[in-house]
Each structure stands twice: as C-alpha cells, then as structure tokens.
Design a protein around this ligand. Structure first.
Ligand SMILES: Cc1ncc(COP(=O)(O)O)c(C=O)c1O
Length: 421
C-alpha cells in the first residue's frame, strides 16, 4: 500500500510522533508501508540514523513492524486508538460475516458483543460537560489503572517521577512496578510546594503525579494561587492529575494537568459513587489518550458498558453533596478535638486526617490499646516526617474525642521520654 501521508520532523522523536499521529488520525492505515530509511532521510534532510532511530522507537512501542527486505510497515493492530472511530473495519453488507470469532449474541444473556464494546459516546459527552477541558476522553478501570497506563504510555524504567510526599501508597507501588524512580515533593494544605517542584525539576524528573483535591493522606487541595505558580514550571513534564474525590471534595478545582503538551487528568468514580464501579474517566492530550485507549483495546478491551451506563445514571441521579457535608463534619470533629489539645492535624478535604507525631509506632500502639486501628504514616511517606493517618469516613464525635485524648497522651509520654533521656 502506497503512503500518501506526509511524514515530518527533524529529530527521531519528532519523526516518530508524526508517524504515530498519522496512525491516530487514520491517515496511516494498518499495513501501510513506510518509506525506506534512506528515502525518508533524504526527504526530511536528516541522517539515515535519525530515521532508523525513529522507526526503532515505533517498533518498541508496537506501532510498526519491520520484515527484513519488505521494509517497515504499520502493524495490523497498533496500540494507538484512532480518535475518529474505535471500531474495527466493518465487513461489507453483501458478505456473510464468518470472520468475527464472536459468540452469537442471540445465545448470550448479556447482549453486548465484542463489536459493541468501547467508551459509550453518551458517557463521553456527559464527561466532557463535567470536566473543564476540551480534550479527548476515554474510560479505564479506576485511578490506579489510569496512572499505571499513562506512565506506561510515556516512560521507561529508570525515569524519574515527582510524587507527593506524603502521598498515596498505591502510587508509590505503581512506580516500583514499572521501575520508575520516585522523587519526593513536599505537600502542604494547598498542594505540592513550590520549592518541592523546583527541587524535583533540578533532579531531572520527566513526570509529575499530583492530586487535585482530597490528597491522600493529607487532604490537601490545590489552590488557585498554587496552581498559578506551578503551571508555568511544569510545561515540559508529563503531568498526571488525580481528581479522585471529584465533586465530593467540596472545594473548587484548580487544575494543573494541562499546563504542557503531555498530560492526563483522571477522575475516578470510586469515592463519590462506589469503589466497585472500577470506572475512571481519563482525559488528556490526543497522544496520551490514544496510547492508553489503544493499548487497552489490545489487553482489557474496554470498561464494561454495564458499568459505564451505571456511572452515567449515577451522575444524573445521585447527589454527592450530603456525603461531602458528612465527611467535612467528621474531619472537623477530629481536627477540632485535636486542636483543643494543642495538636495540629491536616484534612482540608477528603476522608482522611493526617496527624504529624513524634513517634508513629507509639501513637499507633496507644490507639490500638484503646480499640482503634490506624495506619502508621510510613506507608505514605518517602522522606517526610512521621505522622499517622486516620480515616474519618465513619467516625463519630465520641470516638474523635477519645482518639484526640489518646494521641495527646502518647505524645506527652514521648516528649517526657525524650526530655528524660
Ligand atoms: C489519591 C487517590 N486516588 C485515587 C483513589 C481511588 O482509586 P481507584 O479509582 O483505583 O479506586 C484513591 C483511593 O484511595 C486515592 O487515595
């Protein structure tokens, strides 16, 4: 098949991106033969080594295949979703389709076949209205899945990623799974600190993962002022912003994800509507979204349309404001009880309160001795100081007062021990 698509670029990265964009926009169809290395190098006025490096990258991403003398062509199923159509080529109507490998839908209790899967257009439209971006949208199986897929779409083992410290333990686990190197960025109640971002940039990070609101474990929410100072600094990074609490957070969203060219903003349904939905809307730049969707099509396929319909229905019918108010009241109960005893906790939004302490284990064991199981902060920390995380989602006032008493006493005992030494 002759290629009429005009490939551009003067570096291996730019040439590879141009070919990938051709696949994404369906100007380069599966099976399309790319020009020989020397021919393209001549046309683009670059060295053959540059074009060879671009083809090599595309091969590593599974987008092209090279068959010796037959040259390099687009793979039959490149892991890049075409944004115009997510469906496989249809069989002409005069042919009886015996090619599909699909079950007979008439014999299925669930009447959705492989050809009917994918992101529901009505969910995409509704998600578009709920999000402050004009960008492609897909759906994945939760925020952790989204973060995993976006990192995989862009990074290689050994790449450095700026992460909040304290931060979400699952995020640290994902970096470890992919051989990525976490670079801690301190967090205060308004989000990642400016100094922390600058220091991570100095360390050569390629990406940043941040939580928009209800940061776990601190409850931080990125403020308008913080977003304004951070955005110009992160233009060259892949930015992944996790808005897992969405409307439940009860504070306005000041996004930073779309500061640069490579980005993803993920909004899970878990916290407002139920973790079992395993549904998360992912929006971002066209390359990122098409890589995520393209790879997903070759692996998980899609998020069940049963779940997508359920989420759509919940968006229309379920009001999260009373849950949001209940969580705010429970956070305040504990924060006030702590403040009454001279202890400062953090919990601007979300379902956790983060309490810096002198010694994590003594506080955890004192609470355990009084009938409360809480996690030591160490699962959520890289280099930030000791703390405990208390999930307040089901807490009542009597418990809040008791917990504050126990922590105050444990801290006093610890201080006495330090002074007595
Ligand atoms: C920061 C953060 N993001 C996302 C989630 C939800 O993840 P998922 O959508 O995978 O259930 C959580 C759950 O605790 C979280 O703490």
């Amino acid at each position: 098949m002759v290629v009429h698509y005009r490939i551009s670029g003067d570096t291996a990265t730019a040439i590879a991106a141009s070919i990938e964009a051709g696949v994404r926009d369906q100007a380069l169809a599966p099976g399309a033969l790319l020009p020989p290395v020397r021919t393209l190098a001549g046309e683009l006025n670059v060295s053959p080594a540059t074009v060879a490096a671009a083809y090599q990258r595309l091969r590593q991403r599974g987008i092209v295949t090279t068959a010796g003398r037959n040259g390099t062509s687009i793979r039959e199923k490149p892991p890049v979703a075409g944004l115009r159509s997510a469906r496989p080529l249809s069989i002409p109507s005069h042919l009886r389709d015996l090619a599909s490998g699909y079950p007979d839908v008439k014999l299925l209790p669930v009447k959705t076949n492989y050809s009917d899967g994918g992101v529901l257009p009505e969910l995409k439209a509704a998600a578009g209205k709920r999000l402050p971006f004009d960008a492609p949208i897909t759906v994945v199986n939760g925020a952790a899945d989204a973060i995993d897929r976006v990192l995989m779409a862009h990074l290689r083992p050994g790449d450095k990623v700026a992460v909040e410290d304290p931060g979400w333990a699952a995020c640290f686990d994902i970096l470890a799974l992919q051989g990525l190197v976490p670079v801690p960025v301190p967090v205060d109640d308004e989000g990642p600190t400016l100094d922390g971002i600058l220091s991570a940039l100095d360390k050569g990070v390629s990406a940043l993962i941040v939580t928009a609101r209800a940061q776990n474990p601190m409850g931080a929410a990125i403020s308008a002022q913080r977003a304004a100072v951070i955005r110009p600094l992160i233009k060259d990074l892949l930015v992944i912003e996790d808005d897992h609490a969405a409307e439940l957070a009860g504070v306005p969203l000041h996004p930073i994800a779309d500061a640069g060219a490579q980005w993803a903003f993920v909004r899970s349904a878990s916290k407002p509507y139920g973790p079992d939905l395993r549904c998360c809307v992912l929006t971002g730049d066209p390359e990122t979204v098409s890589r995520v969707e393209g790879r997903m099509r070759l692996t998980a396929g899609w998020v069940s349309t049963i779940l997508q319909r359920k989420l759509l229905h919940l968006w229309d019918t379920f009001d999260v404001s009373s849950a949001s108010a209940a969580y705010a009241a429970r956070r305040d109960m504990l924060l006030t009880a702590l403040a009454d005893r001279g202890i400062t906790g953090h919990g601007r939004t979300g379902i956790n309160v983060w309490i810096p302490v002198r010694d994590e284990l003594s506080v955890v064991s004192a609470l355990r001795d009084n009938g409360f199981a809480v996690l030591p902060g160490r699962s959520y920390r890289l280099v930030s100081p000791p703390a405990v995380r208390i999930t307040v989602s089901t807490l009542d006032k009597r418990e809040a007062e008791r917990i504050a008493d126990v922590i105050a006493e444990a801290e006093q005992n610890e201080l006495r021990g330090v002074l007595g030494r």
